[in-house]
Each structure stands twice: as structure tokens, then as C-alpha cells.
Design a protein around this ligand. Structure first.
Ligand SMILES: [Zn+2]
Ligand SMILES: [Zn+2]
Ligand SMILES: [Zn+2]
Length: 329
């Protein structure tokens, strides 16, 4: 699958992505977006209100600190109509302008944070202490002793590894950030399994890869694929390239019948603990692969009953076999 981002036929409110990058590649224009955002100059859809606040030309120019009327007018016109809209009373952010402002806020904060204290939670695999690291907007939880959950697919010892906005670290302990990160990850699966990108609402494509000679006995990663599970899913947005590569059993947690099945058994599939995820991978699920036609079946079991999901090689769900209400334990 091609990993090319921003395919040329994708328009952003009538402009090509390259054009959007070039419009925003200017300090004054980004400062206009900042000033409008700080003044709340936008349509208040988010509060389920239809009212619009705006900022006058002179107020906005003063806030951004540009003396030359003509020069300021040029920059503001470049932002219109994609990022800034003109109203009878002045200027406001468009929906796209608000999105840019929110993105800047989400990634603001320390780039690399020292979280090098031991976590209160032990490794779900070997019960040794775990540590957390935050670098380049990625949060990583790692075991100080074992190989971690994913083997060669991630740095050694990784138990959790995902993009996490810096703003989400504020007012949260490292343990809370880890819980929040895991929740976001599982929620991503709810989107991706519907074929929808969380970042841009584009179409998601998926492929499955299978280790033919998988052997991960004794809790060790397989010597052929270097990981603990034989079937991995690669899910990627056709438009913006947002994607995930995870064991297929984790992807199943984004499917409503599986969420319902686990909920009946006291597990919140969208907000599980690390221990529950490991238990699911190691002892609650069974994955089988058959050829001609190729299909992968994941069965997640409880004390009585189980739910089975059958996928083709593009990860389309072919069939879901779930217990009836009477057989739920
Ligand atoms: Zn460990
Ligand atoms: Zn393998
Ligand atoms: Zn996308």
C-alpha cells in the first residue's frame, strides 16, 4: 500500500493541501488565527449555539501588531475564505481555522518530558516495574525487564506506544496519562474498524500480514516474526496517512459485538487495563488462519460462550458469530 500523504485529488474546502500549507506558512497569518482564537471570534457551533463573535479589522490589526493597513489586509485576504471569514462586524475563524487553532493547542507544551519515575502499575506480562517516556508527542510505557508486548515492532520492552498530544499531559499523573493513552488507542480502533479516519474522516484501508511459521511458546517472541502474535493488521487512512499497526485481536476490541460481549463479562473494551489487554491476547483469544479463500478468525472467549469474528485479507468483516442473550455467562 502506498504511504503517500495528501493525494493530489483531495481538496480542503476547495483548496489543495499544498496550497493550504503555503497559505499557513507565514507568521503573520498564523498570528491572525491565534488572535481570532483568543478573542473567541468564531461561530459557536461547538456550544450548540448559532451565534457568531467577530473582531474588527482595526482591533485584529492592533492585536497582531502590523502597522501597515495594506500589508495586513493582504495577509488576511490570503486566509479567506478557507481559514478566516468576513462578517458585517469584522472577522472570525472558519471551521478549518478553528481546527488549526485546536491542533496548535493540542501539541503545545513540552516536547520532551522527563517522566522517568517508575509507574505505580507493574508490567502486565512479568510484573516488573515499568517506566514512562515522552518524546516528540509520543508516549511510551516500557517494562524494565521483559521484551514487552510487541517484540520487534516497537523499541525493546514496549508495553504501550502511541501518539499523545502534549496538552493531554497537563494536570494528569503519568498513570492517568497512560490510561488516557490506552483509551484513545482503543477508541481509534472503533473508528478504524468502521473504515473511518479519526484525524480527517477519510477512508481507511487495511491489510493483514500473517507469520506462517509462528512460534511464541513460553511467552517469548517468535523467532521468525519477532513478535508475540502471528496476525498483524495494518490500517491506514487513504487521505492523510494516519494509521496503526497492531495485533488483530486488539483491533477486534473496536467492534460493537465484541464490546458488548466483553461488557457482559465486566470488561470495558474501550477503557481496559494493561492487564486485561494482555489476558485477552494470551489466554482469552484464539486466532486461526485458513487459505482458499484466505480468512482469519479471531475467537474471544468467556467462561461460557465466545464471540468469533471472521476477516478477509483486506480486513473486511465476513461474519460475526456471537452468543445469544441466553448463553451469556
Ligand atoms: Zn515485563
Ligand atoms: Zn511469528
Ligand atoms: Zn485521515
Amino acid at each position: 500500500m502506498s504511504l503517500t500523504r495528501l493525494t493530489p485529488d483531495i481538496d480542503l474546502e476547495g483548496i489543495a493541501p499544498d496550497e493550504a500549507f503555503s497559505i499557513l506558512g507565514n507568521e503573520i497569518r498564523l498570528d491572525i488565527i491565534r488572535a481570532l482564537w483568543q478573542a473567541g471570534a468564531a461561530k459557536q457551533y461547538d456550544d450548540v449555539r448559532g451565534d457568531t463573535r467577530s473582531m474588527s479589522f482595526s482591533e485584529l490589526r492592533g492585536e497582531v501588531g502590523v502597522d501597515d493597513n495594506g500589508r495586513f489586509n493582504y495577509h488576511i485576504s490570503e486566509l479567506m475564505p478557507q481559514f478566516v471569514r468576513q462578517t458585517d462586524d469584522g472577522y472570525r475563524l472558519s471551521g478549518a481555522g478553528k481546527r488549526i487553532a485546536r491542533t496548535v493547542i493540542a501539541v503545545s507544551g513540552a516536547e520532551d518530558v522527563d517522566l522517568s519515575t517508575d509507574l505505580d502499575v507493574d508490567c502486565p506480562l512479568c510484573e516488573s516495574p515499568m517506566t514512562a517516556a515522552y518524546e516528540d508527542q509520543w508516549l511510551r510505557i516500557e517494562c524494565t525487564v521483559c521484551d514487552g508486548m510487541f517484540g520487534d515492532e516497537t523499541p525493546e520492552g514496549t508495553v504501550y506506544f502511541s501518539n499523545y498530544p502534549a496538552a493531554g499531559l497537563a494536570d494528569r499523573s503519568t498513570e492517568e496519562a497512560a490510561e488516557t493513552g490506552l483509551f484513545r488507542c482503543l477508541l481509534d480502533q472503533a473508528y478504524l474498524m468502521q473504515g473511518v479516519c479519526r484525524e480527517c474522516a477519510g477512508h481507511v484501508e487495511a491489510t493483514l500480514s500473517v507469520c506462517e511459521d509462528h512460534d511464541s511458546g513460553g511467552g517469548q517472541p517468535c523467532s521468525t516474526c519477532g513478535t508475540r502474535t502471528p496476525v498483524w493488521a495494518d490500517q491506514r487512512c487513504r487521505t492523510c496517512g494516519f494509521g496503526k499497526r497492531l495485533p488483530i485481536e486488539i483491533c477486534c476490541l473496536g467492534l460493537t459485538p465484541v464490546i458488548g460481549f466483553l461488557d457482559d463479562r465486566g470488561i470495558d473494551a474501550l477503557a481496559p487495563t494493561f492487564k486485561e489487554i494482555v489476558e485477552l491476547l494470551e489466554s482469552r483469544s484464539e486466532t486461526s488462519v485458513s487459505e482458499d479463500p484466505f480468512c482469519v478468525t479471531v475467537t474471544i472467549g468467556g467462561k461460557t460462550g465466545s464471540v468469533s469474528v471472521k476477516f478477509d485479507d483486506d480486513m473486511n468483516v465476513l461474519d460475526i458469530d456471537r452468543p445469544t442473550a441466553k448463553t451469556a455467562d
